[in-house]
Write a protein of this length. Structure first.
Length: 674
């Protein structure tokens, strides 16, 4: 298309004196890619054209009248905003060819094109004889130019963005505190930031090594560093230097530095330069010396503490240091010591890995070891030392608790002796009490009708006192057995519902005498579990005794059996005086009593509930208490819902009657009726 335009431009100012010069018009008219129209002048009547030209002209803003004829006067009156008319006017005025810029044009079929318009005057005797108007389709050129402009704009924008990024990174590098040096493969320094200038005595240096003319470099031992040993020079040889500490001795100042250098490679893995960073350590080394001094002071304190102290690495737990006491008492005095303290047991390692406490020491194992051929007990603790939120080491501290263990053993011996004494006294008391109980029962059986009423009352009082003492003695013996581990539990399969109902009904007479409403409730009709029937009788009778004892006349006591998770629950609930919050913690301790004015009339020895808890625990259960002062108390027993495998049949409840009556008389011997 550009060839056609060039051809048309070369054919301007055609002279009709040589007719052969206009032969090209017919060729143009026959070209189906170019629109050509020929007008005579000055009439401006279209005398020759091809169809393409007619199509374009009919779609232009020029309205041609009278068979494509318009007057020169009309042309001169049309404004310059019409490109075609503007070109005609200029060509007529100058008698020269006129060429337009790109014209945006809509075809009849609705498509758009870019055209270039050329108006060419044909001259005869210096006068315009004809005018040719040529339209050439330049879509391809325009699109290529537009694409090129977009590419140029894109490249320009990318260049600006790249320049902006370069400026940003350069600004960042310029403002970081470490000095940065960039050198090419020949060692020429191409760039260094602001911080780097502080390390150079003369900022006019151009190559690596030129600073040696006025600056000396030494390692921390005082050895002088040559050019080939400088970190940035080594980087150009392909070596990576990380954190090399040098002393830079300038004419005006000495600087302790930390330098790192790395080679820079191109895509083909060829070295094209190096980058180096340098940091001043003058202040850091002062801090390091201060920390080293503090550390040495800390280690000196550790060495002189009267404690066994070892330091271990983490996580491999290798020993890295031990103090003077470890050295003197474990390593030097006794070469045959087993040195258990200088190791961390597996369980302690596991505990350390789980807890990982920063604030508190971790309690470790108690070690039994030989020190200086003597048996010693060492209680251990661990303190974790952190660095950047990571465990750096573990400090093990040992405290000699041999004397404490000795005191504990001595105390255990005393307590054991005390338990044996209680057991002995209880047995000694039990024999005469049993004789007295048997005697009063025999008198009542054989001579009750023959005795005066006054004597009968005395015998009843004696019998009551005997039962009370037997209750105390039995409780003391059982508590002593439980504490010594000799309490025998004989588990057999019983219907807990029937047994509990029987025990509850056995004390109804006592409830009736105090006008107390005694109720028994259960969520099911039968439930067989493994229990010790004799121990369970004493447990429930003790709780019922307390409930009736501390409940006022006219109130209610409820025994309820239910199911809770994997346990059978037995609740004994009363509407009695209740137990204060501060006393609920000690009520199950030995000799623990409420001891207030509300209970003083009926208080006992304070060992009943202690025994109840021991018996419940011995059967694999537990006991809970909820109570409010003035409202009442609820004791809940939870026994495992299980059976013994050896048992094949359920025991008949009738066999319990005689023992139950005797146990009830003993347990209820401390209830007084007004």
């Amino acid at each position: 298309m550009s060839n056609l335009i060039d051809f048309c431009l070369k054919s301007s100012n055609i002279n009709l004196d040589n007719v052969d010069n206009i032969y090209f018009i017919d060729n143009l008219l026959n070209n189906n890619k170019i629109a050509v129209g020929v007008y005579n002048f000055p009439e401006l009547k279209l005398i020759k054209s091809n169809q393409i030209y007619i199509d374009i002209l009919n779609n232009s803003s020029i309205k041609i009248k009278k068979d494509s004829e318009f007057k020169l006067k009309e042309i001169k009156e049309i404004g310059a905003d019409n490109i075609l008319i503007d070109l005609l006017k200029k060509s007529i005025e100058t008698q020269e060819m006129q060429c337009s810029e790109y014209i945006y044009f809509h075809n009849i079929n609705g498509s758009s094109e870019y055209l270039k318009c050329i108006v060419n005057p044909i001259i005869k005797n210096n006068t315009i004889k004809y005018l040719t108007i040529t339209f050439i389709n330049v879509n391809k050129d325009v699109l290529n130019n537009t694409r090129m402009e977009k590419e140029i704009e894109k490249l320009k924008k990318e260049k600006e963005e790249l320049q902006e990024e370069n400026n940003k990174y350069k600004n960042i590098i310029d403002n970081i505190s470490d000095g940065i040096f960039l050198a090419n493969k020949d060692g020429k320094i191409e760039y260094f930031n602001k911080a780097a200038r502080k390390f150079i005595y003369n900022n006019n240096v151009s190559y690596i090594g030129e600073t040696l003319a006025h600056t000396n470099y030494y390692d921390l031992k005082g050895n002088k560093i040559s050019l080939i040993d400088l970190p940035n020079f080594k980087a150009l040889q392909g070596k990576q230097i990380l954190s090399m500490r040098l002393i830079v001795e300038r004419p005006d100042i000495t600087i302790k530095t930390d330098i790192s250098s790395n080679p820079v490679y191109d895509k083909e893995n060829n070295i094209i330069g190096s980058v180096s960073s340098i940091r001043c350590l003058n202040d850091s080394l002062k801090v390091e010396k201060c920390l080293e001094k503090q550390r040495d002071g800390f280690y000196n304190i550790i060495d002189n503490l009267d404690l066994l102290i070892c330091r271990f690495s983490y996580p491999d737990f290798n020993i890295i240091h031990y103090n003077k006491k470890v050295k003197e008492e474990i390593l030097e005095i006794d070469k045959c010591s087993d040195k258990l303290f200088m190791q961390i047991p597996y369980n302690d390692k596991k505990k350390i890995n789980i807890i990982k406490s920063k604030k508190t020491m971790i309690s470790g194992s108690t070690i039994k070891t030989l020190i200086n051929k003597k048996e010693r007990y060492i209680e251990t603790f661990y303190q974790l030392i952190y660095d950047n939120n990571k465990i750096r080491e573990v400090v093990k501290v040992g405290i000699d608790i041999t004397d404490k263990i000795g005191y504990q053993k001595e105390l255990e011996t005393i307590l054991k002796t005390q338990e044996e004494f209680f057991s002995f006294i209880a047995h000694e008391f039990r024999t005469p009490l049993t004789v007295m109980s048997s005697t009063t029962q025999l008198i009542n059986l054989l001579y009750k009708k023959d005795l005066p009423e006054k004597v009968q009352n005395y015998i009843d009082k004696i019998n009551l006192s005997v039962l009370q003492q037997l209750r105390l003695v039995n409780n003391l013996l059982d508590i002593t057995k439980a504490g010594s581990g000799y309490l025998n539990i004989n588990l057999r399969n019983y219907d807990i519902v029937s047994m509990s109902r029987l025990i509850t009904e056995s004390v109804r007479s006592f409830a009736t005498r105090k006008n107390i409403n005694l109720e028994f409730k259960c969520d099911f009709n039968e439930k067989v579990i493994a229990i010790d029937d004799e121990k369970y009788e004493r447990i429930l009778l003790n709780l019922l005794s307390n409930a009736l004892k501390f409940t006022k006349n006219g109130e209610k006591v409820i025994v309820k059996i239910g199911y809770e998770c994997e346990f059978i629950s037995i609740d004994v609930k009363d509407e009695g005086v209740g137990i204060p919050k501060e006393k609920q913690k000690v009520i199950f301790d030995r000799f623990g009593q409420v001891n207030n004015e509300l209970t003083r009339k009926s208080e006992g020895t304070g060992i009943g509930l202690c025994l109840v808890k021991l018996l419940v625990n011995a059967m694999g259960g537990k006991i809970e208490l909820t109570s409010d002062t003035g409202v009442g108390s609820n004791f809940r027993i939870l026994l495992p819902d299980k059976k013994v495998l050896e048992e094949t049949k359920v025991v008949d409840m009738n066999l319990m009657d005689n023992r139950l009556i005797q146990t009830m008389d003993i347990e209820f011997s401390n209830i007084y009726f007004e």
